[in-house]
Ligand binder design. Structure first.
Ligand code: MHO
Length: 218
């Protein structure tokens, strides 16, 4: 990875005026956002797969403008899958994080910058030792605008040479989202001492904090 942080920041943050609103950490608890709340507050939803959802959730939770993050399963054929089924790699689902965000604070472009920072998008169907299609790099877009922005961003990022290899991130329409079991929600914050959290999630979180230091929840 060459200069990825810089490139991501330049692409994402150059034109976006930031409103000085900070959300407290309690905003990240599993909140159900009603359609009415969403409309009134300019909230939008985005869904990303980038390997183990514990890692992805812990990073998105740090960003100003993120209202909630839910870990779940998307893109497969099995209804209401369990974690165990998804781990078998036969459901077609990816581990994903569904992010509700305030568009007056955070743009979809900025979320994409964060998404591409959370993982290595050149690894096909794996992230490190987590191997299987459930760990694929994927953007599940919710509307045509998200699709357009994501496809354009992916091409630009590839061209920029931020990664030595090509980006393999899949860009597909969202067809389903099944919230994961409660014990997967807010996982890193509640299980920080667990070895996987210490050795895999924590370093990613630290790196993310450095790259997005001006954009973090205070
Ligand atoms: N290798 C990790 C992956 C966790 S993740 C939620 C584990 O088995 O704990 O897929």
């Amino acid at each position: 990875m060459k200069q990825l942080s810089l490139i991501l920041c330049v692409i994402a943050f150059s034109s976006c005026a930031q409103k000085q609103t900070n959300y407290a950490n309690d905003k990240f608890q599993n909140k159900t956002i009603t359609m009415d709340t969403a409309k009134t507050n300019n909230y939008d939803t985005a869904t990303f797969g980038a390997g183990c959802f514990w890692c992805v959730e812990a990073q998105f939770q740090l960003l100003q403008g993120v209202i909630s993050v839910q870990s779940g399963y998307s893109g497969g054929t099995v209804k209401n899958p369990s974690y165990k089924e998804v781990c078998n790699g036969t459901t077609g689902h990816a581990e994903v994080c569904q992010v509700v965000y305030d568009t007056s604070i955070l743009s979809y472009d900025e979320l994409l910058a964060a998404f591409w920072q959370t993982h290595d998008p050149t690894q096909l169907n794996r992230q490190g030792n987590d191997i299987g299609t459930q760990y694929r790099s994927v953007i599940f877009y919710h509307n045509e605008n998200q699709k357009k922005i994501a496809e354009k961003y992916k091409i630009e990022l590839d061209k920029s040479g931020a990664w030595d290899k090509s980006i393999v991130t899949e860009i597909s329409p969202i067809v389903n989202f099944y919230k994961a079991e409660d014990y997967h929600q807010n996982y890193f914050n509640e299980n920080g001492d667990q070895p996987y959290c210490q050795f895999v999630v924590q370093p990613k979180v630290e790196k993310f904090k450095k790259v997005f230091k001006d954009k973090l929840v205070k």
